[in-house]
Design a protein around this ligand. Sequence first.
Ligand SMILES: [Zn+2]
Length: 105
Amino acid sequence: MPSDPVLRLRGRFVREMLPGSFVERQRQCGKPTCRCQDGRHLHTQYQLSVLSEGQRKTYNVPADQAEEVRRRVELHRRFQRVATRIANLNLGRWLREKQPAGKRS
Ligand SMILES: [Zn+2]
């Protein structure tokens, strides 16, 4: 993997990342005869929770896609961390450049 964070932003990250957070919940289904009614054998439910323009939207994730979606949400988190790091490097460069030579503080 390239060490330059800008190069790492390309490719996989951009094409695959998903926004929001991955949620794993335990729940009862409501069927009176289901084994989950004992409160211990609960069903696992996976969701993708996305905040978009002030609205939180929740999407159910099929169990067989759970690990894939979890991974793709984590890609977005890493993308954001790298983008923040680049922006901070840019801030440092801009601060150095805006000072006239010899008057740097
Ligand atoms: Zn059930």
